[in-house]
Design a protein around this ligand. Structure first.
Ligand SMILES: CCCCCCCC(=O)SCCNC(=O)CCNC(=O)[C@H](O)C(C)(C)COP(=O)(O)OP(=O)(O)OC[C@H]1O[C@@H](n2cnc3c(N)ncnc32)[C@H](O)[C@@H]1OP(=O)(O)O
Length: 218
């Protein structure tokens, strides 16, 4: 981190939002941080990452892209904030709460009974043979499984294990239905199940354990 930015949408973390469990204990959900075009910026980055996956630039074009990227990185270097202050992960108005490390998903319904989301794996998420990389499928299950656990307890939970069964190929650039729910809740242990469907076809399913963190647990 080089410098901390100071803008009206740069809402700092406070003592009232302790970072219990390595996550924001009180997730400061906002649609303000990052400004009104933050989502568009994320979309451009996503689109760029997808093109990089398929691009075969000439040496000249690679030179140009490197130069452009250097400039962009230098611009963002002047705007870096800490993990607790970044808009990434808090922008509930954006796909995957504005977190570019996650495949883009939209939560259609969510509560103590589970989460119903639409996820689209894009060109960037290519594994091979035109379909999604299994690791990206696991990332989607981890985040949305964690969300089901959090919505059940109202607290923060961390993944203890995550088993993904890959039942059939997961297509790219296709809206898929991903559901997660707490199958069993035993003290701090939340056994979370999930499914990923392309229409009627089951692509993958989830069997996982999330542990609710104790207050102040690092
Ligand atoms: C909305 C946003 C959602 C985002 C979700 C993203 C979630 C993530 O990716 S989290 C990151 C990945 N996970 C991690 O890094 C976890 C690393 N591990 C840990 O921090 C700890 O091991 C942790 C917290 C899971 C459990 O430790 P601790 O709190 O000390 O609990 P501990 O007493 O060991 O275990 C509690 C119970 O769970 C059981 N348990 C713990 N781990 C496992 C496991 N892997 N398999 C089976 N049982 C387990 C224990 O046996 C114990 O059972 P019981 O109460 O019946 O004796």
């Amino acid at each position: 981190m080089t410098e901390t930015s100071k803008h009206e949408w740069d809402i700092p973390a406070t003592d009232d939002s302790p970072h219990e469990g390595g996550f924001r204990a009180d997730l400061q959900i906002t649609t303000d941080r990052g400004g009104p075009r933050y989502g568009e910026m994320i979309e451009q980055v996503r689109s760029f990452m997808g093109k990089v996956r398929y691009a075969s630039p000439t040496p000249e074009l690679a030179d140009e892209v490197i130069e452009d990227l250097r400039k962009l990185n230098a611009k963002l270097d002047t705007m870096l904030v800490d993990e607790w202050t970044t808009p990434s992960g808090t922008r509930i108005d954006l796909p995957s709460r504005g977190n570019i490390t996650l495949p883009p998903y939209e939560v259609k319904d969510g509560g103590p009974d589970g989460v119903d989301a639409e996820v689209t794996f894009e060109d960037f998420h290519l594994g091979g043979n035109g379909v999604a990389h299994g690791g990206h499928v696991a990332v989607a299950f981890d985040d949305l499984g964690g969300m089901a656990a959090a919505l059940r307890t109202g607290g923060v939970a961390r993944t203890a294990y995550l088993t993904v069964n890959y039942r059939s190929l997961t297509p790219l650039n296709t809206p898929l239905v991903l559901k997660t729910w707490v199958d069993r809740h035993d003290g701090r242990k939340l056994f979370v199940k999930g499914t990923l469907h392309d229409g009627d076809r089951l692509c993958a399913d989830l069997d996982s354990l999330f542990i609710e963190l104790k207050p102040g647990q690092p």
